[in-house]
Design a protein around this ligand. Sequence first.
Ligand SMILES: Cc1cc2nc3c(=O)[nH]c(=O)nc-3n(C[C@H](O)[C@H](O)[C@H](O)COP(=O)(O)OP(=O)(O)OC[C@H]3O[C@@H](n4cnc5c(N)ncnc54)[C@H](O)[C@@H]3O)c2cc1C
Length: 370
Amino acid sequence: MELLDVAVIGAGPAGSSAARRLAAYDIRTVVLDKALFPRDKCCAGWITPGVLGSLGITPEEYGQHRTLQRLDGLVVWDSMGNPRRFPGFAGWGIRRMEFDAFLARRLGTHLVQGYRVKHLERVKGGIKINNDFQARLVIGAGGHLCPVAMQLTEADKHDEWTVAALCTEGKIPGRFAGALQEWAGWPHIIFTPDFSGYGWFFVKGDFVNIGMGVAGAGGTRVRAMLDWMLGLLRSKGVLSGDLPDALPGFHGHFYKLYSRMPRQVSGDNFLLAGDAAGMASPFSGEGIGPAVVSGQLAAEAAVMALYRNGAPDMYRDMLRADFGTMDSGGRLFEALVGHVSKPLMKAVLDNERLTRSIIVEKWFSAGSGR
Ligand SMILES: Cc1cc2nc3c(=O)[nH]c(=O)nc-3n(C[C@H](O)[C@H](O)[C@H](O)COP(=O)(O)OP(=O)(O)OC[C@H]3O[C@@H](n4cnc5c(N)ncnc54)[C@H](O)[C@@H]3O)c2cc1C
């Protein structure tokens, strides 16, 4: 049995950010991930302008050997099915296969890959993991179904506001490359007719990512909305013929949005970060930036808890201070979706100024012109 101060479970953006921050302290830390890196993750791979800065990475450093598509604006489709361009810096397009592997390589702490955490047990002075490790504190960063959230919290998983999503990403076959070049760095956002979700069509470098996410839906409905969007893209000549068939099959995933102040984010000897804590933006579904920030905050809370030997209860307040507006805004947004939202959303989408100020700038943190 290996004795640790902190075990970080999951080496996605939340776990790797937590681990990198912990590496600055003289603390026995291990990161455990069931995957072998590089591993893929169902994701559009859009990071908003502040994310690289939060990670302390420059675009030059990251982009040297990896896909890093500068986003010059968004294409938001109006309710009549017409694409409209909204210029202004919108962040970057990355590939999760490369991005997460890059983060995992610069942890500064020991990463045990291909190690699945199955069983957690509270013991005196900490938590035992699979009978292999015992940690004074565990940071659960294992995504939506993180074992720490599932086994150590009382969260009512049925009461959660989740997004069901389908997506694919693949290299653009040569015969489509010319036609798609026009959209490189201009992700398309297409809201579903009932505004309960949106789809995207995202060309980044030599790759294209297509997907659909719908709040409070099951797999059949997401598939129907995805097919509807693919039909629309084809009918407007954006998507050429059989491109989706030339890409890998669509993968499904679901995750919780930040609203109804998320899951129980801390307790005796544990903290949750990223999707495990339900930190994704209720407006756009953005989860990478919130995972990075909550991972870093979790590391700081862990260090404080270890030094004063107490429960990491201040972590919840730290999250509230950082994500507070999303909490109240998210509740309102959640209340609106599927109720009075239809005429409101239609009015917003069909008015260029409102689309820019509400959807582009507020929800997607884009269009700042930087
Ligand atoms: C279709 C889709 C599109 C999205 N698009 C975007 C986007 O464009 N931009 C954006 O910002 N966000 C996007 N998101 C959200 C984003 O992907 C997540 O919010 C983000 O990945 C959360 O990071 P994380 O580190 O918390 O979890 P994850 O990235 O899920 O990492 C969790 C890690 O934990 C490991 N793990 C899980 N269980 C165990 C276990 N039992 N033992 C050991 N290891 C384990 C996994 O292998 C994984 O490496 C999207 C999500 C979906 C579903």
